[in-house]
Design a protein around this ligand. Structure first.
Ligand code: HEM
Length: 277
């Protein structure tokens, strides 16, 4: 058996699987959304796909180095001219470096058209967040039921009786939402939806949490206003008085970035404007 052939074929196989797992990672929902909604594909959850990708990448790196060592003489011959003299600065090497630099600069500076791949990635993640739904806070599924109820303003006893009425069994208040979901073969999101009506004080219009909940940046301005029972036009006028132009269909992140701030900053500005009324 030839080591050189095994190495090259392993690099090819590993690369093929990396290509598939890489494409899946490009379209997979954000970690918090995937964990909350119990996202899986072909029986593997997001972590499963990431683990597959990382270990195959490690195999690819090892065989890639071996492949380069075993094929060193053809690589060196790419750098030789017709008279077989070593010439490092060949036009081919120049083209390879220029192409790599173009892609690297596009990525860092966000230059089109290559950066459109990054924008596409963002909009796929945005749309997955809308389809699957955001958790009330990042990785809420890791909180024990008791703390989760505190954070989300649910009455614990009522939440438990709602869960029981819907056939979701809870062994202890210290069980995490993820454990409750797993033992009942449902997703963390379904556990939350089953007990959501146990809210102690439903959000009154204009009452916004102190910190922006996850996914706020991805929401259009109009959607954020209607979520908190606010009149979008009134809020837009209040923001305009502060020099911020907020179009209804632009996301909080887009509006924030257009005004040199982050989504959390803009959320705070809106919250302050609303609570100062
Ligand atoms: C074959 C084509 C490949 C494609 C299409 C691809 C695509 C991707 C994508 C889309 C992600 C997720 C990025 C994100 O967080 O949004 C990713 C992560 C990653 N890739 Fe690849 N990849 C490929 C090959 C490789 C190779 C060759 C290596 C290393 C030798 C590699 C190493 C990694 C690592 C370490 C991560 C981070 C995983 C994590 O913690 O989320 N990938 N890749």
């Amino acid at each position: 058996m030839s080591l050189r052939k095994v190495t090259s074929l392993t690099a090819l196989c590993a690369f093929s699987v990396l290509l598939v797992t890489g494409i899946v990672l490009y379209v997979v929902p954000l970690g918090r959304v995937a964990a909350w909604a119990g996202w899986s594909l072909a029986g593997l959850d997001k972590d499963g796909w990431v683990h597959l990708h990382i270990l195959l990448a490690a195999l690819f790196l090892v065989v890639g180095v071996l492949h380069s060592v075993l094929n060193w003489s053809p690589i060196v011959s790419y750098l030789k001219d017709r008279s077989r003299r070593l010439r490092v600065l060949t036009p081919e090497l120049g083209a390879a470096v220029a192409l790599t630099a173009l892609v690297a600069v596009s990525a860092v500076a966000g230059l089109p058209p290559l950066a459109w791949l990054l924008d596409l990635n963002d909009s796929i993640k945005d749309s997955a967040s809308r389809t699957y739904g955001e958790p009330p806070y990042g990785h809420a599924e890791l909180s024990p039921l008791r703390l989760f109820a505190q954070h989300t303003g649910l009455d614990l006893a009522r939440a438990r009786s709602l869960l029981a009425a819907r056939g979701i069994r809870v062994a202890a208040d210290e069980q995490t939402i993820a454990e409750i979901a797993r033992t009942n073969a449902v997703t963390p999101q379904q556990v939350y939806l089953a007990m959501k009506d146990a809210a102690v004080a439903p959000t009154t219009p204009g009452e916004m949490p102190a910190e922006a909940p996850p996914g706020t940046g991805r929401k259009p301005f109009a959607a954020l206003c209607s979520e908190y029972g606010l009149d979008g036009e009134v809020v837009a006028r209040e923001l305009a008085a502060k020099g911020i132009t907020a179009e209804p269909d632009r996301t909080i992140r887009e509006i924030a970035e257009a005004h040199g701030m982050g989504p959390h900053d803009l959320y705070k500005v809106i919250r302050e404007a609303v609570s100062a009324r």
